[in-house]
Design a binder for this molecule. Structure first.
Ligand code: KG4
Ligand code: ZN
Length: 338
């Protein structure tokens, strides 16, 4: 008998649903459909406007779920459980997904499982590689989080280091705004960086040899200060070189800490997740260093790095298999800890 899980993700500005089908005899579930609707409305504001995100989720979610079911070629009667992002994220945005998932589970008498958003990111590589199993060290980098985790087993997460200030994605977004490249910043900076010289500006590599904690706020300030002083002198800053030099600094710090973490913990595998992992330079430099250390590296394809319902369905699937269920009385939890 197959376990069919509907995954719902609405924690930020992507309205997404996916259907995951797991044969009980097999270990790994298979993705039957994935629908991701990126909210465009925030672009003109240069960042996510929480109230607009909630409203856009509310308008789109029923159609996104219907589409995911249709693309999977199944009706509601085939769904065994609903997995939904419970937190962390924007409270109003989360609430839309949680309330919708609870209503579905209640009305159809199906199981409900609440998922931690970052645990979802951690499970994204498992969608591609059914053999993926701990122990491994994971770097999870998104717009709101920068986490280096030691994972001895699924569901067991030891924090090696987090950011003291800005998240990695947040740094991309803020520098992008400063350079007038718009939101979201990561893809915009990466596009420009491709035409620039990463060695042109020697931006700081914050806390590079200083344990497993991160700090990106000072780096962002260094870029801001540089641009302002150039402008004050009436000089035009080559944006391509700035973007490339900034990206290189952020990427180098993440690669060094992750590889050192893996060596330190004596694991053979490194896993990456979160929106920032869509970055081509981060992927290639990490691959280069992992290879040099004889480490296996697992990176989800770009569309599974950014927020999506498939990773939530996947994390939910593993929890359901362990017999876990979430009570229908559950609420959205914007500060949920891993
Ligand atoms: O995981 P995600 O989709 O949403 C959160 O949970 O926050 O991550 C979004 C973040 C944004 O800060 C965005 O600028 C960044 O991921 N991002 C990138 C790239 N694509 C998205 N950062 C660097 N390079 C990219 N190609
Ligand atoms: Zn995310």
């Amino acid at each position: 008998m197959a376990d069919v899980v509907l995954g719902i993700e609405t924690s930020c500005d992507e309205t997404s649903a996916a259907v995951l089908v797991g044969e009980q005899a097999r270990r790994a579930p298979e993705l039957a459909s994935l629908v991701i609707l990126s909210q465009d409305v925030h672009r003109v504001f240069g960042g996510v406007v929480p109230e607009l995100a909630s409203r856009a989720h509310l308008a789109a979610l029923p159609a996104v779920v219907d589409r995911a079911l249709a693309e999977a070629g199944i009706g509601w009667s085939a769904v065994d459980a609903v997995a939904v992002t419970q937190g962390p994220g924007l409270v109003g945005a989360l609430l839309v997904g949680v309330v919708y998932a609870k209503a579905l589970a209640y009305a159809r008498a199906r199981d409900l499982i609440g998922v931690h958003h970052m645990e979802g990111h951690l499970f994204a590589p498992a969608l591609e590689d059914p053999e993926l199993a701990p122990p491994f060290v994971a770097l999870l980098v998104s717009g709101g989080h920068t986490l280096l985790l030691d994972v001895p087993g699924w569901g067991r997460y030891r924090l090696l280091g987090a950011t003291r200030d800005d998240a990695a994605g947040e740094a991309f977004d803020k520098v992008s705004t400063l350079l007038g490249l718009g939101y979201p910043g990561g893809p915009a900076i990466e596009r420009l960086a491709g035409e620039g010289d990463p060695a042109r500006y020697a931006f700081p590599r914050p806390m590079l040899d200083d344990g497993f904690e991160f700090s990106f706020s000072g780096l962002k300030t260094a870029v801001v200060r540089y641009v302002r002083s150039e402008r004050a002198r009436g000089e035009e800053t080559p944006l391509e070189d700035l973007a490339a030099s900034f990206q290189e600094a952020v990427v180098e710090v993440q690669v060094q800490k992750t590889i050192t973490g893996a060596v330190d913990k004596g694991v053979r595998t490194v896993v990456l997740g979160g929106g920032v992992v869509a970055n081509t330079r981060l992927r290639s430099l990490m691959a280069e260093h992992a290879r040099a250390r004889g480490l296996e590296l697992l990176i989800p394809p770009p569309e599974l790095c950014t927020d999506n319902g498939a990773m939530i369905a996947c994390a939910g699937f593993y929890r359901l298999q362990r017999g876990e269920r979430t009570d229908l009385g559950v609420g959205a939890n914007p500060g949920l800890s891993l």
